[in-house]
Design a protein around this ligand. Structure first.
Ligand SMILES: C[S@@+](CC[C@H](N)C(=O)[O-])C[C@H]1O[C@@H](n2cnc3c(N)ncnc32)[C@H](O)[C@@H]1O
Length: 280
């Protein structure tokens, strides 16, 4: 399976995080499934508290606590509840609760998912790819595709299925900065990091000059909300709090323009809403 497009190969791109020899036929096995050099608690032992805090990673979607996201990816009981608390809300304010179906992430891509790949080119980078249904869908239509995800369980499932996934944050080292023809932020993933501006800025950096960014957006076009989320399941598993965000298409358009990205399409299908962004 070729995972790298001829365009990237011709550039003689920098395939690895270190000085290892470039492997032109695939994203190197040394990178696939491996964590980036995250700063661990051990590594920062002995450093004063303030510095340690600076280097500590924010919790990510559904992680920590009793790991409901990891549990859901490995079980049939996989309805999840995303509780959202605004940072500035009174402590007694009840959380907004939305229901998420992890079965969708573990299943194959459906017709709506596959429609996101219509007319796009490879290589595709699926940001927050989960178990990798969009990577598989991209490969099925002949596109080179790589995923990136912080969840060890999601990465393990994807890699076991033969998919190429980097185990790290989208904000860590990613090969081929400025060369990705298509970036995907599917099923709420514009929420990654709880700061859509930071994520759009990172996407603009990763994207090729003629690349496109496909974003699943909130159904209300003006919706623009950042909050602290916790993920829960019916069995009582609860994650640590993590920063998350939801954004509708009009709000996305306004924010994306600050990073030189402009909407060239928007559509709704299967009750889900999407926008495609490109450079001017
Ligand atoms: C709502 S799930 C969506 C999964 C997938 N996009 C899909 O539609 O099947 C969000 C995913 O984003 C991942 N994620 C959260 N923060 C991330 C980050 N900073 N970098 C990469 N992935 C991240 C989570 O681990 C999780 O797999």
């Amino acid at each position: 399976m070729t995972l790298v497009s001829p365009i990237l190969r011709a550039q003689g791109a920098d395939w690895t995080a270190g000085d290892e020899t470039a492997d032109a036929d695939r994203f190197t096995p040394a990178l696939i499934g491996q964590p980036a050099d995250w700063v661990t608690d051990d590594a920062i032992e002995g450093v004063d508290g303030t510095t340690a805090e600076l280097f500590r990673r924010p919790t990510t979607f559904g992680a920590g606590g009793s790991e409901p996201y990891a549990q859901a990816l490995q079980s049939d009981d996989n309805v999840l509840y995303l509780h959202g608390n605004r940072a500035d809300a009174d402590p007694g304010t009840p959380a907004r609760v939305s229901t998420m179906h992890a079965a969708r992430w573990s299943a194959g891509a459906d017709a709506t998912d596959r429609s996101l790949l219509t007319g796009v080119a490879g290589p595709v980078l699926d940001i927050g790819c989960g178990p990798g249904r969009m990577i598989q869908a991209a490969i099925d239509v002949g596109l080179d595709a790589l995923g990136v995800d912080v969840s060890p369980t999601a990465v393990r499932i994807a890699v076991a299925a033969g998919l190429a996934v980097l185990h790290r944050s989208v904000f860590d080292y990613i090969p081929h900065v400025g060369s990705w023809a298509t970036l995907l932020l599917v099923d709420g993933n514009i929420g990654i990091g709880g700061d859509p501006d930071a994520l759009l800025d990172r996407c603009a950096e990763l994207l090729a000059a003629d690349g496109v960014l496909v974003v699943e957006v909130h159904r209300d076009p003006e919706h623009d909300l950042a909050y602290e989320g916790t993920l829960h399941d019916a069995a009582g598993h609860t994650s640590d709090a993590f920063p998350w965000a939801e954004i509708g298409v009009s709000a996305l358009r306004r924010r994306a323009a600050r990073f030189g990205l402009f909407q060239d399409a928007e559509w709704t299908r299967g009750g889900r809403s999407f926008a495609r962004l490109a450079r001017a």
